[in-house]
Write a protein of this length. Structure first.
Length: 270
């Protein structure tokens, strides 16, 4: 992955040197034409703007408490600290387990607390938190803007997929729902391909529904999440299969955020 980023940087650098610079009018014209051609991308950008993406990234790091339950059992409870660009993450669980992504590898401490799903926890829940700010990341692909319903309410919707080699599970896809009035992210249907093939994952899609937004430093964040079974025909259905709560959120500088790997931590590959 590091080599891929380096190659992309080199190609971009060479391209910028050899091609004439666009004027601001040309850039604006190109952006407008892309949106007209791909209205789903326009929706993604509208959600990002509504969630004050620029203000979010103006902060170097964010920390928050999270409590997640699935199937009537506690899945994770602790504090998440992450750089706002998601390149470093730390999860400190109440049971004493610490997970750290140092930008290259995932580590867990202490070794005796190792468990299946540690790497999944490392990336999934922080991604769900940061989703409104990551919809226009490099490597995202948008299609199928349309209107879909959740609980009889119509929402703007579009499908998000990823280019190859993006993240731990590039075959994942999301169906994004945005509130037609506020333009806030309301829900995201998704599949989990981590540890399984796409066909198997598509047999059991879920959806996360965001609720009760609160604002810290102008950035809206959903306090409550609920998880449901989902299908393209029905949308969400049945009783919630899980829930989460976000609390005690604050922004930090990189000097205040510590992503050091604990001594004797073990590496988590899968």
């Amino acid at each position: 992955m590091k080599n891929l980023y380096l190659l992309l940087f080199i190609l971009t650098f060479i391209s910028c040197k050899n091609e004439p610079k666009n004027t601001s009018e040309e850039i604006e014209k190109t952006s407008t034409e892309e949106k007209e051609i791909n209205p789903a991308l326009n929706l993604a950008e509208t959600i990002s703007t509504t969630h004050h993406q620029e203000d979010f990234f103006n902060n170097e790091a964010v920390a928050f408490n999270i409590a997640i339950n699935f199937g009537g059992k506690e899945r994770l409870k602790g504090r998440v600290t992450m750089l706002t660009n998601s390149t470093k993450i730390k999860i400190e669980k109440e049971d004493g387990t610490t997970l750290v992504f140092n930008g290259e590898e995932v580590f867990l401490y202490p070794e005796e607390n190792n468990y299946d799903g540690a790497r999944f926890d490392m990336f999934t829940w922080p991604y769900f938190f940061a989703m409104p700010f990551k919809l226009t990341d490099e490597g995202t692909k948008w299609q199928e803007k349309r209107e879909l319903k959740l609980d009889s309410t119509a929402y703007h919707s579009a499908k998000l997929t990823f280019e190859n080699n993006v993240g731990d599970a590039p075959d994942d896809w999301y169906v994004i729902y945005a509130d037609k009035r506020t333009h806030l992210l309301k829900a995201a249907a998704y599949i989990v391909t981590f540890g399984k093939d796409v066909a198997t994952a598509e047999e059991n899609p879920h959806a996360i529904v965001y609720d009760r937004y609160f604002t810290v430093k102008s950035v809206p964040v959903a306090k409550y999440w609920k998880f449901y079974n989902w299908s393209e025909e029905q949308g969400i259905y049945g009783e919630p299969i899980g829930d989460a709560e976000i609390s005690k959120l604050n922004y930090l500088s990189t000097d205040q955020a510590n992503f050091d790997v604990p001594e004797n931590a073990i590496k988590i590959e899968r």
